[in-house]
Design a protein around this ligand. Structure first.
Ligand code: GUN
Length: 284
């Protein structure tokens, strides 16, 4: 059996087109959805992510602001910038790219972003809203993974979904979103004893561990839907996921490639959250 490949690039384009219609409707009313992205320091991977976020906004005709601050920016200066953007009516979505330099308390920063503009969904108010089933902004990577399942026609209700990884950015919100869609959810961590026992029972397997190719075909249930959130660079310069694609595709029913799977969806859902935030602000 060879798995169907979930084409994240194609699905991202389709979803972006849907959100462009909604952005255009707002623009026709004189409201241009706006996103501000703050980056502190020179982390090369973060710089690429931020540039792509700003580019995606431009492609959809959104307003975007790219604020690059030096690595030695003080916490107080960053908090003041966040306060300014919280109050700026042109900005509907605001995020600070993580990680921030060590002298800055990231929790303090995430707490300072207005929950109404928190398009990353990282503010405790929005985390709580997701946990209690009143979602306002779902974190973009798990939200994009969910949309990939939905757009591929994979049913979630009643299925056993196993999430490997418990980060605040991916694993925990992914589990909550799947639970919200009536899956039976198991969260595994790096400490899980006999991980394969759990992964082999998964109808839906989401892997976000940051460990290259750690999930192999013999750990997957035949026919399962496998969502690989990992993006790792191998010594030869090639990118790979947390799933060993070659062995997994012989067992799974569906699988996301790396690159070209979850990656394109993350930024798409950031755009979606920004447009949705502007819709909410316009409705006020
Ligand atoms: N760093 C890695 N992923 C993310 C993300 O989704 N949002 C932000 N703000 N920083 C990140």
């Amino acid at each position: 059996m060879t798995a169907r490949i979930i084409d994240g690039k194609a699905i991202a384009q389709e979803v972006r087109a849907e959100w462009k219609v909604r952005a255009d409707a707002l623009k026709a009313r004189g409201i241009t959805p706006g996103l501000a992205v703050i980056i502190v320091g020179e982390d090369p991977a973060s710089k690429v992510y931020v540039a792509n976020k700003v580019k995606a906004c431009a492609e959809l005709g959104l307003h975007s602001e790219h604020i690059a601050l030096p690595a030695d920016t003080s916490e107080a200066t960053l908090l003041a910038k966040i306060a300014e953007l919280n109050a700026d009516p042109k900005i509907h979505g605001l995020l600070v790219q993580l990680p921030v330099p060590k002298h800055i308390d990231s929790d303090k920063i995430l707490n300072a972003i207005s929950p109404d503009k928190d398009v990353d969904g990282f503010h405790p108010v929005n985390v709580g809203a997701l946990a209690t089933g009143n979602m306002r902004f779902a974190p973009c990577t798990p939200y994009g993974s969910l949309v990939l399942l939905q757009k591929s026609g994979i049913s979630i209700e009643g299925k056993h979904a196993v999430v490997v990884g418990r980060s605040n950015i991916v694993g925990k919100p992914m589990a909550l979103l799947l639970l919200q869609h009536n899956a039976t959810v198991t969260i595994c961590t790096s400490k899980t004893v006999d991980l394969a026992k759990f992964t082999r029972d998964a109808d839906i397997l989401v892997v976000a561990t940051g460990r290259p190719k750690m999930i192999t075909g013999n750990m997957i249930k035949p026919g399962a839907a496998v969502i690989d959130v990992g993006i790792n660079r191998l010594p030869d310069g090639k990118l790979c996921g947390d799933v060993d694609f070659d062995s997994a595709k012989e067992v799974a029913g569906w699988i996301t490639p790396v690159p070209g799977g979850v990656g394109p969806m993350t930024i798409t859902m950031l755009v979606a959250n920004t447009v949705q935030s502007a819709e909410r602000a316009a409705g006020k």
